[in-house]
Each structure stands twice: as C-alpha cells, then as structure tokens.
Ligand binder design. Structure first.
Ligand code: LLP
Length: 421
C-alpha cells in the first residue's frame, strides 16, 4: 500500500529522497509527502470516471497545506471546503472558485457571503434552517446561491463511530424521509438555485456494500425529487473511501466506481454529472511523519519509546485509537536488541501515545517514520504544550520542496498581547 514510500539501500525513501538525510537537514518532527503518490491516488478515481461527466473535489480538511492544495488544483481538481478559511486557502493555492463545493452543518452568514462573492460552484446545505438563511443572504447580495441538499441515506458504514456520518442520529444532512419535502421548500425560495443532491456516509470505509446501499437510497430520492418537477444537475456522492493503515483492504477507487457506475447506469442515471469529495484516500498514504527517538525508558510492565512527535502533531491515535505503522528510517543492522514499546510523545497527557505494543529495535537518536500520515495529521495538529507545528516537505522525484517551515514560539505568540500598565 505504500509504493512511493519504500526502502532502498536499507534506507526509507519517499520517491528518490532518502529520509535520514532529509531529517538531518530539516529536523524532526517532519512531514514528508510524495507528489507522485497523490497523483497516483487521484489517477485511480480519474480512471474510474473515464468518459463520464465527473468532478473530483478534494476534501481539503484531510490536508489543507497550500503546497498540497496546489498539486490538486494543477491536476484539475475542485475542492470540498467547510469554512471561509478553507476557501481562502483554495484561492491562495490557485484553485478555481467554480469548482468549489461548501459542506458543513454550521456555515455562518459571513461565510455564505464570502463564498457567494467568490462564485463557488455549490453549497451543500445540511438543514432546512440553513436553506432559509442562505436564500436570504443570497437575495441581499442580489444573487442566487447554487445548492445541493445533503441527504442522510441511513446506512452503516461500519467504521469508527466518531467518523461515521450517514446514520440517522448523526448531526449531518437531512433525513431521507424529509428530503422531498425539504427540496420542495428549497424550490420555493427565491435566493436559491437547486443544482444537485449529495450524501457522505462516513470515513475510512473499507467495505463496498455501504456505498452500494447508499447509492440506491440516493437514487430513490433523485427519482422522487425529479418526479416532483425539481431537476437535479448532479449527484455528489461524498468521500469516505478508506486506506490501508494496518492490513486494511479497501477497494481501489476505480474498482469501487465501476460498481457504483454500473448501478447508476442500470437505473438510468448514467448521464448525470457526478461529483465526489475524497479526502483521506488522496493523501493519507502519500505522507509520513519523521521523528527522532529521544529516550528509551524500560519499565517493569511496559517499555516506553519517547519520540519528538506527539499528539499535537499526530492526533489520530489519541482521538480515535487509530493505528499508524511505525518503522525505522534506517535498517542497517545495528546491535540494538528488539523489544516491545509503547511509542509516546513528550506531551503531558497519558493519551499522548502514537503506537502501542510495537516491536522495535531502537536507541536514543534513531529516527522512525510514522506511516499513513498524509491525512488528518497536520490539518488536525495543534499548539498544545506550546509545541510549534512541524515542517512539511513535498517530494517530487528527486526535488525537495519545503512547503511549510517549522513554526517558532514567536509565530505562536504573534497575535497575543500583554496587558499594558
Ligand atoms: N465530505 C464530507 C462532507 C466530509 O465530512 C468528509 C470528511 C469528507 C468529504 C472526506 O472524507 P474522507 O474521504 O477523507 O474519508 N479526522 C477523522 C476523519 C474525519 C472525516 C470528516 N469528514 C480521522 O482522522 O479519521
């Protein structure tokens, strides 16, 4: 699952770049991304949609660094955004406003105005109350807002409860049984132009069945809505396709879409414009986080391997008990004996672990790579414990681009003020 991250001459490489020298030059913790891996992940979707009217909108919450956005913008992607801040980032990275869709349950009026002024492609509206406000804001600006309504297909994506979103009791979308009525209400609002329908059932989905079920449920609604005289230009099927973290076997994007498109065709919707919002599957396995072992601390029941990356850099284990593989950067057969470690960071919380019960042959000063760190790591990082955010490198063949410099304490304190007097 990591073809652009591989050992050569007993040294872990990202594309043509040896990670030990990179870490020595730029310090750790250090995120390193492969541009080729991102484009290869994108290509799987592009193959799946060959010959179709489709738009891939990268769900940038997975990794919103400008250098990453630029890769996808240049490859022709649109973007799925969830805030005015994300809109600013897309435009700064050269993304096209017309290919932006705006998701999220809590858009503010100011964000709506900003997105209307920029001319985004579609608002994915998540409630009836939001429809009313959006219509009002658009009318006040003398515009009509292009909208899609997020419907909740009520299928179980069989993933972690914190990242499953398509079930009835989630805060997202409108209930399947209310969807037609809400579409009719939307059609009556003068500030709106209905352009589509969307759903998103969860994240890190490794099973095809929930997708097929969700497609059936959404197509049932497309039939009902169009039958009521409300035409829909596009179907946005969200994101959610999983990646291999730990012997996970998600379908390839093109294989999944072959099945979904067969269903669309069979039900007579093969000519509809398709949109998708993949995040993790485009960037997750394109990135690693390099870290250095600070101390090895043996214990009676547990050995700890204390590294210089922490939950502020890699929050997924603490938040979701997520698994990230942790591997040595160099495997040059030093005489260090292997032992079982909990790999932990310097943050003052017991929840600050990155891996549990890992077999590693490590000594202080060794470098490790935390794999599958391209998605939901930097974008969810924090400054807890006044730790600066890590630096980020984009590798492109033999070229190394620093896309984010390490954050200093001065950077962190820039917007704070002491009280005068
Ligand atoms: N579209 C919508 C409306 C979403 O809410 C999400 C993710 C996506 C697309 C992209 O989903 P993806 O293709 O990346 O699965 N922080 C969690 C994941 C949260 C996902 C939130 N929504 C994690 O680290 O696992």
């Amino acid at each position: 699952g990591h073809p652009f991250v591989a050992y050569r001459d007993k040294t872990l490489h990202v594309e043509d770049i040896a990670l030990d020298t990179l870490a020595a030059t730029h310090g750790t913790p250090l995120f390193v991304y492969s541009k080729a891996a991102m484009l290869a992940a994108l290509a799987a979707y592009q193959r799946g949609f060959a010959g179709r009217h489709a738009q891939i909108c990268y769900a940038m919450k997975a990794n919103s660094s400008l250098g990453v956005l630029q890769v996808f913008a240049r490859a022709g992607c649109g973007f799925d955004i969830v805030s005015g801040g994300e809109l600013d980032r897309v435009l700064a990275a050269g993304g096209e406003a017309g290919k932006i869709i705006f998701s999220g349950v809590g858009k503010t009026r100011a964000e709506m105005r900003q997105a209307l002024a920029a001319g985004i492609g579609c608002f994915n509206v998540e409630s009836e109350a939001e429809l009313d406000v959006l219509s009002e804001v658009a009318l006040a600006a003398g515009l009509r807002a292009p909208v899609s309504i997020r419907v909740n297909p009520n299928v179980d994506p069989k993933t972690h409860p914190y990242i499953s979103t398509g079930l009835k009791d989630n805060k997202f979308g409108v209930a399947h049984e209310d969807a037609l009525r809400i579409y009719q209400h939307a059609a009556s609002l003068k500030g709106l132009k209905i352009v589509g329908i969307d759903c998103h059932i969860g994240s890190q989905i490794t099973d095809t069945t929930p997708y097929l079920d969700a497609m059936d449920r959404v197509l049932d609604l497309v039939g009902a809505i169009e039958g009521a005289g409300i035409p829909l230009e596009h179907i946005d099927f969200g994101g959610g396709l999983g990646i291999n973290y730990n012997n996970d076997t998600p379908p390839e994007a093109d294989v999944l879409w072959q099945q979904l498109l067969a269903k669309l065709d069979a039900r007579g919707y093969g000519n509809k414009k398709l949109m998708i919002e993949p995040g993790r599957s485009l960037v997750g396995n394109a990135g690693v986080c390099l870290t250095e072992v600070l101390y090895v601390k043996p214990g009676e029941h547990k050995n700890f391997c204390i590294i210089d990356a922490a939950m502020n850099d890699l929050p997924r284990p603490a938040m979701y008990q997520a698994f990230h593989a942790i591997v040595p950067v160099l495997v040059n057969g030093k005489e260090t004996p292997a032992a079982t470690y909990d790999v932990v960071g310097p943050v003052c919380e017991s929840g600050d672990w990155i891996g549990r019960d890992r077999e590693l042959a490590v000594a202080a000063g060794d470098r490790l790579a935390v794999l599958s760190a391209g998605a939901y790591c930097m974008s969810m990082s924090s400054n807890y414990n006044t730790r600066g955010r890590a630096a980020e490198i984009l590798v492109d063949g033999a070229a190394v681009h620093l896309i984010r410099q390490r954050e200093s304490s001065q950077d962190q304190m820039r917007h704070e003020h002491l009280v005068a007097g």
